[in-house]
Design a protein. Structure first.
Lengths: 354, 260
C-alpha cells in the first residue's frame, strides 16, 4: 500500500535506527539514526573519521554493526549478507574488474542474478548508452580515462535497477573540471532512474550541488540534517558553520539588552539568543562601504576569484573579517590599505551556542 | 670509466652464468661418441638416440608425470594455504607460512633422508603417487611465496564490489580474485614444475627403481657418458625458456590491467 502511495518513485526508503560501531576503544559511529526518503538524494558530509563511510559500509553489509538496525522499505536487512541486499554501489577507485571488458563488467551483477549471458550483455549495452559511452563495450578498463571509468562504474551499479544506490566519494580521484561536469551528470542520471541515492563525500561544494538533503557528521556523530540551503544559511554549530563554505566566526561578548558585542568588531543592534557564544557572518552578506563608520576596517588582502573578489579587512578593534563582492562593470574595487565601514545587518548574523 | 668497468663486470658475470648452457648446444650436435667441444661434425644423431632409447623416453615421461602431478598438488594446496595465511586471522599463521616455505631453506639431503625414513616405514618407496607428494613438498614453497605475496597486494575492494553486485563470497573469489592471481599461479606453477622436474636428491633416496630424467642423466654420468645427455639438456633448456616467456607475457598483461 505504502509503495503504491509513492506512485512513480522507484527508490526505496532507508531507515537507520540507533547505529553504533565501536572499534576497540574508538567509537566510529554513535547513535546514528536517519530516515532517507524514497527517491531522495542524501549526502553524508564530513571530514575523514567522521563516520560517514562507516554508515555506508554498514548499509552495504561490509561491516557488522555493534548495535542498531537498518531497514530498506521497512524490511530489516541487518541479517542479510551483502549480496542479498540488492544495493548498487559506486566506489571511489571505481573498482572495475580489470580482467573483464566494459560490457562484461556492467553485465556482472546481472550474471550474478542468473540472467543469461546474451540478455545480460544487451541490458549492459542499454546502461552503457545511458551513460553515453555506447561505443566502449569492448574496451578493457585500463584503456579508459578516469571519467569514463566513473561512468562505467555508475552503469554497472544501476544496470540491475537497484532501488538504493550508494556512492562513496565517487569523484574523489578526478580533477576539478571533470568533477564539476560529472556532478551534473550524476544528478541527471539519478533523475532519470529515480532511485534513492546515499552519497558520501568530504567535499562540501559537491554536497551543496547534488543533494536534496545533507547530513553533516563529525567524530561519529550527526551534527545537522537539512537541505543545502538550511545547512548553509542556518548552521546549528560552529563546526557546521566552518565546514560549509566560508564564514566569519566571532566570539559574542555580553552587551546591553538588544545589543550584541562581537569581539574585535563592535556592537550590533541585535537580540542575542540565550547561550549564544559565536556569531557567524557569511562573506557574501557583509557589505562594505568606502569610508569611516562605527565598525571601520582597513583592507589587508585582496583575492581575485574571477566572478567575485574576496577581501580581508582588519577591524579597528582587532578582528579580521572576510567579505566578498561581485565584480560589476565599472564597479570600483577596494585596494589594500583602503578604509571601509561595515553596516552589519542583524538579520544576517547566525548565533551559535557551541 | 666506472661505466665501462661496470660493463665489463656485467659481461663477465653473464658469461659465467650463461656460458655452460650455451656450450651445451654445440656439444649436443656432435657426431662423435664423446662430449667434445667444438664438435668436428654436426649431426642430430644424439637427439635421435634420445628418442629411440626407451629408458630415456620412459624417464622423460615419468618426469613429466611426476612434475605435473607435483605441480597440481602444490598449486591447489599452496593457493588455499596462501588464502588462509593472508586472509585468515587465526593464531599460528606465521608459523604455518614458515613451515610451508621451509623446504626451500632446509638442506635437501636432510629432507630426502627424512622422507626416505617415512617412506620406508609406510612402504611407499617405488611408488609414483608417493613420489609426486615428495616432490610437491619441494614445489610448495614457490607457490606459497608467490601467490601469498600477490594476494597481499590485491585490492580487496574489488571483492567488495563483486559482493555488493550480487556474488557470494566463494563466487566473488572465483570471479574476481582468482583471475588476478592467475599469472602468479602460472609463474609459480612453472617454478614448481621445474623444481620437481630437476629434483635429483630426494628422488634418488625415495624412488627405488623409478627413473626420472635427472636420475637417468645421473646414472649415465656414472656409467657411460655420451652426448645424449647434452641433447636431453638442450631440449630441457628450450622447454624452460618457452615456459618463462609465456609466464612473462601473462605477468606483463596483469601489470597493464591492474596497474603494477
Amino acid at each position: 500500500m505504502q509503495q503504491a502511495a509513492q506512485g512513480l518513485a522507484k527508490g526505496a526508503a532507508v531507515v537507520f535506527r540507533g547505529l553504533r560501531q565501536v572499534y576497540g576503544t574508538t567509537v566510529a559511529l554513535e547513535e546514528f539514526s536517519l530516515e532517507v526518503g524514497a527517491g531522495e538524494f542524501l549526502t553524508l558530509l564530513g571530514p575523514s573519521g567522521s563516520g560517514k563511510t562507516t554508515a555506508l559500509n554498514a548499509l552495504a553489509g561490509f561491516i557488522e554493526m555493534t548495535s542498531g538496525h537498518i531497514a530498506i522499505d521497512g524490511v530489516p536487512i541487518s541479517a542479510l549478507p551483502t549480496e542479498k541486499r540488492n544495493i548498487g554501489m559506486v566506489f571511489q577507485n571505481y573498482s572495475l574488474f580489470p580482467h573483464l571488458d566494459v560490457l562484461d563488467n556492467i553485465a556482472f551483477p546481472l550474471r550474478m542474478r542468473g540472467v543469461p549471458r546474451r540478455a545480460a550483455r544487451e541490458r549492459a549495452q542499454a546502461a552503457l548508452d545511458l551513460v553515453r559511452l555506447p561505443e566502449y563495450g569492448r574496451r578493457m578498463p585500463h584503456q579508459l580515462s578516469g571519467g569514463q571509468k566513473q561512468r562505467v562504474a555508475f552503469a554497472r551499479a544501476i544496470v540491475f535497477e537497484p532501488r538504493v544506490l550508494l556512492m562513496d566519494e565517487p569523484l574523489g580521484a578526478l580533477d576539478l573540471k571533470l568533477r564539476e561536469a560529472m556532478q551534473l551528470e550524476i544528478k541527471q542520471f539519478q533523475r532519470q532512474i529515480g532511485c534513492t541515492v546515499i552519497y558520501v563525500t568530504h567535499d562540501q561544494g559537491e554536497a551543496l550541488t547534488l543533494s536534496d538533503r545533507i547530513v553533516v557528521m563529525d567524530k561519529g556523530r550527526v551534527l545537522q540534517v537539512g537541505t543545502p540551503k538550511e545547512i548553509y544559511d542556518r548552521p546549528h554549530t560552529r563546526f557546521v558553520a566552518e565546514f560549509i563554505g566560508v564564514n566569519n566566526l566571532l566570539p559574542v561578548a555580553g552587551g546591553a539588552a538588544g545589543e550584541a558585542v562581537l569581539e574585535g568588531v563592535g556592537a550590533v543592534a541585535a537580540a542575542v539568543p540565550a547561550g549564544a557564544r559565536w556569531a557567524a557572518l557569511r562573506p557574501e552578506v557583509l557589505r562594505a562601504a568606502p569610508g569611516e563608520g562605527p565598525i571601520a576596517a582597513t583592507i589587508t588582502d585582496v583575492i581575485f576569484l574571477g566572478d567575485v573578489v574576496r577581501y580581508a579587512a582588519r577591524c579597528d578593534r582587532g578582528a579580521t573579517l572576510v567579505f566578498s563582492q561581485r565584480r560589476e562593470p565599472g564597479g570600483s574595487a577596494h585596494a589594500i590599505g583602503a578604509r571601509v565601514a561595515f553596516p552589519i545587518d542583524p538579520a544576517d548574523i547566525v548565533f551559535l551556542a557551541e | 670509466m666506472t661505466r665501462f668497468l661496470l660493463g665489463v663486470y656485467f659481461a663477465i658475470a653473464v658469461a659465467f652464468l650463461v656460458m655452460p648452457l650455451v656450450l651445451l648446444v654445440p656439444i649436443s650436435l656432435t657426431d662423435s661418441q664423446f662430449l667434445e667441444f667444438p664438435p668436428r661434425q654436426i649431426s642430430l644423431r644424439w637427439y635421435r638416440e634420445f628418442f629411440v632409447d626407451e629408458s630415456w623416453v620412459g624417464a622423460t615421461l615419468l618426469s613429466f608425470k611426476v612434475g605435473i602431478g607435483a605441480t597440481a598438488v602444490a598449486l591447489v594446496v599452496g593457493t588455499l594455504a596462501s588464502v588462509a595465511i593472508v586472509r585468515g586471522s587465526f593464531p599460528g599463521r606465521r608459523l604455518i607460512h614458515a613451515l610451508l616455505v621451509a623446504p626451500l631453506i632446509i638442506p635437501t639431503v636432510i629432507l630426502a633422508l627424512a622422507l626416505f625414513i617415512v617412506f620406508l616405514r609406510w612402504k611407499l618407496v617405488d611408488n609414483v603417487p608417493a613420489l609426486i607428494f615428495a616432490h610437491a613438498v619441494v614445489a610448495l614453497p614457490y607457490v606459497v611465496l608467490i601467490v601469498s605475496s600477490a594476494l597481499r597486494s590485491f585490492d580487496t575492494t574489488l571483492e567488495r564490489a563483486a559482493r555488493v553486485l550480487g556474488a557470494s563470497p566463494v563466487r566473488a573469489f572465483f570471479a574476481v580474485t582468482l583471475p588476478y592471481l592467475g599469472p602468479s599461479m602460472f609463474a609459480s606453477s612453472l617454478l614448481a614444475f621445474f623444481a620437481s622436474f630437476d629434483e635429483l636428491i630426494i628422488t634418488l633416496f625415495v624412488s627405488g627403481g623409478l627413473q626420472t630424467l635427472p636420475v637417468r642423466i645421473w646414472t649415465d654420468l656414472m656409467l657411460r657418458l655420451d652426448p645424449t645427455v647434452a641433447a636431453a639438456a638442450t631440449m630441457l633448456i628450450v622447454v624452460s625458456v618457452i615456459g618463462m616467456a609465456i609466464a612473462e607475457y601473462f605477468r606483463q598483461r596483469n601489470v597493464r590491467r591492474y596497474g603494477g
